[in-house]
Design a protein around this ligand. Structure first.
Ligand code: AMP
Ligand code: GLY
Length: 423
């Protein structure tokens, strides 16, 4: 099979690394990819939202399967583009169609879906500029902290958690009246604050059946002790030590089953990954958010623990025969630590030469923001490299990730030294 992956991060490098191991993978392409994917696949320098160029590449390279990494092309309807195109309609796409991608593309849609299907989530109301005053009254009724969410995609920045009522009102005004997040904040969801520890559950569905993949926990803040600004994710651990069989059973029964069944009963075709962001409140799971893709850096710990042939899994998704597959998961823990550019998530410089790859022992290095320049690997983003290791427990795995990340060098390299501190 010839396979095309869309995306350019650590998630896509990890997917490429896994797909490449399959005897069913003939030629592997990544668009646009990075310096890491270039070592195992052919990079194609086109954007993930340029559907016409993607079409041309799929035809020219006789692609048999497309795997979509990020949410943007899904929310923009890349899967629908394939289905509605004579040349592409027989090429399976891993990733939901536009209608179901609204689970990530619109917070309001996701909340309505959860309420309709009785899936536990924080109480909420949504507001527009016309109902701004009602929004203020709603805030007055809640107790702090206040959770304000821009309805649409806002590059991971659209959620504000504020401790002060006056500030919450100002931010609501900025989102609705001053378009703080552009069109993404035309509607704002205000919800009850939930207090607990977060984890993510990944589900692969073919629209009929599903497989629950390993759990993971990521570390979103830039600073140690979960302080400072949010990032895309500074590290991850899989499995989450507190995801006991008893707690997982609750997640299956209360969240995963009603989600997959809800998609079916609402007529929302879905072939792909569902990333369910959960919070454990006392001993009960509540859904914080849905994403319609895998997480990054969660993929760098979830995919290495899947023992099945990933091409076979994707073929089963395409043919709706996932129920025939026996999922095999590596018992070991996987951890990843992300090396980022100095200054990230604020302003940072690019094109710093990266060295030390040859010294890595017993870890996997997935490239996130890298590219090749004059045959050298240089930085090309905020999040640069993810160093993944296995271990009998997360402490052993993390020790290896830290030993190896210490062997990688680039100007102003930064990483969190305390991944797993709260476990
Ligand atoms: P989201 O973009 O929806 O994942 O939200 C970003 C982060 O905000 C989440 O990972 C949580 O840490 C936090 N968050 C979102 N909603 C809530 C809530 N209702 N209660 C507490 N924290 C929340
Ligand atoms: N690590 C969080 C995400 O991929 O959304």
């Amino acid at each position: 099979m010839n396979i095309l992956i869309l995306g350019s991060g650590g998630r896509e490098h990890a997917l490429a690394w896994k797909l490449k191991q399959s005897i069913n993978c003939t030629n592997l392409f990544v668009a646009p990819g990075n310096a890491g994917t270039a070592t195992i696949a052919k990079n194609i320098p086109i954007g993930v939202n340029d559907f016409e160029k993607i079409e041309a590449e799929v035809i020219n390279n006789s692609i048999d399967l497309v795997v979509v990494g990020p949410e943007d092309p899904l929310v923009n309807g890349v899967h629908d583009y394939f289905l509605n195109n004579e040349n592409l309609k027989n090429v399976p796409v891993i990733g939901p169609q536009k209608a179901a991608a609204q689970l990530e593309g619109s917070k309001e849609f996701a909340k309505e879906f959860m309420i309709k299907h009785n899936i536990p989530t924080a109480a909420y109301e949504s507001f527009t500029l016309d109902t701004l005053e009602k929004g203020y009254s709603f805030l007055e009724k809640l107790s702090p902290p206040y959770v304000l969410k821009a309805d649409g995609l806002a590059a991971g920045k659209g959620v504000l958690i504020l401790s002060d009522l006056k500030e919450a009102k100002q931010e609501l005004h900025a989102m609705l009246a001053d378009a703080k997040f552009g069109n993404a904040s035309t509607t704002v969801v205000i919800e009850e604050f939930l207090s607990g520890i977060e984890l993510s559950v990944f589900v692969l569905t073919d629209g009929k059946g599903y497989k629950v993949l390993p759990t993971a926990k990521d570390y979103k803040r830039i600073g140690e002790g979960d302080t400072g600004l949010n990032t895309g994710g500074m590290g991850a651990i899989s499995p989450v030590p507190f995801s006991t069989p008893e707690f997982m059973k609750k997640i299956h029964e209360r969240v995963v089953k009603p989600t997959v069944n809800g998609l079916k009963s609402d007529g929302l075709p879905y072939k792909g990954f569902i990333f369910i962001g959960l919070i454990k409140v006392n001993d009960d799971p509540y859904v914080i958010e849905y994403n319609v893709r895998l997480g990054d850096p969660e993929t760098e710990v979830v995919i290495p623990r899947i023992e099945n042939d990933l091409v076979e899994l994707f073929q089963a998704v395409a043919n709706q025969r996932l129920d025939e597959i026996d999922l095999k998961i590596d018992d070991r823990t996987a951890t990843t630590v992300m090396a980022v550019s100095g200054g990230y998530p604020g302003a940072y410089e690019k094109e710093k030469e990266i060295t030390g790859f040859e010294n890595i022992e017993d870890s996997l290095v997935f490239h996130a923001g890298t590219k090749l320049k004059n045959e050298k690997v240089v930085t090309n983003g905020g999040r640069v490299l993810a160093v993944t290791s296995y271990g009998a427990d997360f402490k052993i795995a993390l020790k290896k990730s830290y030993e190896n990340i210490g062997k990688l060098h680039f100007d102003r390299i930064n990483y969190r030294k305390d991944i797993g501190f709260d476990l």
